[in-house]
Write a protein that binds this ligand. Structure first.
Ligand code: PLP
Length: 386
């Protein structure tokens, strides 16, 4: 019997074997001509995945939090007004980061499982002149999906820089960065981008780069300063090596491979595949009698699902027994609801077989703990969607 378990958490995810093979090859020099070409292509492909032809891409060793930190450090100066539209844990993290760089931060916080209405956001933008707003595409703590296109349009209307946390959405949920007027998209490697953890990824619009260039004061973060990284990205784009900090060579080779697979799949096909997986998972969970944290289908993300535990079973028992069934889930992340819900990641390489195995494990554990559902009602929903 295979001892390997299926990792169904919202990042890191199960990675494609072709991507993992890039991690295992002997590490070339970061100035090796073949690697220069890999880096150059990765920058190009990252912009293609964010659908930002004229943007400036950054690929830096770090995590998604570093990407958030870099956006804030490079665009905020002490006293700047910033608006955070928060749909959970990661929205509040962005507020903390912005404050570190001296921003005067207002937070519009959604009710758990919901988004902030466009009317409410517009009212706030009318009431005060902000330099920048941040919002989370998919908040991984709530599985809530924001309306990126509409918030991008509000940013343009009120001349506010828009910064999208796309850590749990890029390459899984549709983003048309340029067409939707999003100034910065930040993401990381370990979720729908499909590469082991360790890369902070950003694409900044020319508008954002101009704001950076017009700063009055130096950036208060040495490692994240775009003044240090921009020449490096430009050099690699132009097929030349340059050094500021040693690039994580194998991770970038893996990134090129994964981004190429994503582009080859076709962005629209990929988004449709994630939508199908999301719909199937939500339908299966409901068929088992569980409720979801996301309030309705319109705000439900397609990269992860967050079901509430039924009253008969506690968090520790559920996570232990599903693990024994071969599936690994993540517990709740919102501190106040930590033991009330769990999270199922379904992005990147996830397929019908993974979804069936996942729901099969949930059905079994619920049944073993007194649930009255008929075995097979959850898996039937997955089959109906594929
Ligand atoms: C929406 C969102 N933003 C930011 C982060 C932070 O990314 P990292 O853990 O790579 O620092 C995460 C991580 O899960 C996330 O899901």
């Amino acid at each position: 019997m295979k001892s390997r378990k299926l990792l169904m958490i919202p990042g890191p995810i199960e990675f494609e074997s072709e991507v993992m093979q890039c991690m295992a090859v002997p590490t070339p020099s970061h100035v090796n001509p073949d690697f220069i070409s890999v880096f150059s292509n990765s920058l190009k492909l990252l912009k293609a995945v964010c659908q930002s032809e004229s943007g400036q891409a950054f690929i830096v060793a770090g995590t998604g939090t570093l990407a958030m930190d870099m956006a804030a450090a490079n665009l905020i100066e002490t006293g700047d007004k910033a608006l955070v539209i928060s749909t959970g844990y990661f929205g509040l993290r962005f507020a903390e980061i912005l404050k570190r760089y001296g921003a005067d931060v207002d937070i519009l916080e959604a009710q758990v499982g919901d988004i902030v209405s466009m009317e409410h956001i517009e009212e706030q933008l009318k009431s005060k002149k902000y330099k920048l707003l941040t919002f989370t595409h998919v908040d991984t703590s709530t599985a809530v999906l924001n309306n990126v296109k509409s918030i991008g349009a509000l940013g343009k209307k009120y001349n506010v820089l828009t910064v999208l946390d796309g850590v749990c959405s890029v390459a899984g949920e549709e983003i048309k960065q340029e067409a939707w007027g999003i100034d910065v998209v930040v993401t990381a490697s370990q979720k729908a981008v499909g590469v082991p953890p360790g890369l902070a990824l950003l694409v900044a619009s020319q508008n954002a780069m101009k704001t950076f260039e017009q700063r009055k004061n130096p950036v208060a973060n040495y490692y994240g300063d775009w003044a240090n990284w921009l020449p490096i990205m430009k050099a690699y784009e132009n097929k030349q090596a340059s050094y500021f900090g040693t690039p994580p060579v194998n991770l970038i080779m893996a990134l090129e491979k994964s981004l190429q697979l994503i582009v080859n799949e076709g962005l629209n096909n990929r988004f449709a595949r994630h939508q199908r997986a999301g719909k199937a998972m939500r339908a299966a969970i409901r068929a088992l009698g569980l409720e979801l944290l996301s309030k309705n289908e319109a705000v439900a993300s397609n990269t992860l699902t967050a079901p509430l535990y039924p009253s008969k079973i506690d968090a520790a028992t559920f996570l232990k027994e599903t693990n024994q069934q071969g599936i690994i889930f993540a517990g709740g992340l919102l501190p106040e609801l930590k033991t009330k819900y769990f999270r199922i990641g379904h992005m990147g390489s996830v397929n019908k077989a993974d979804l069936l195995a996942t729901i099969g494990a949930i059905e079994t554990v619920l049944k073993n703990n007194g649930s009255k559902h008929e075995l097979g009602v959850g898996t039937a929903e997955i089959l109906k969607h594929f």
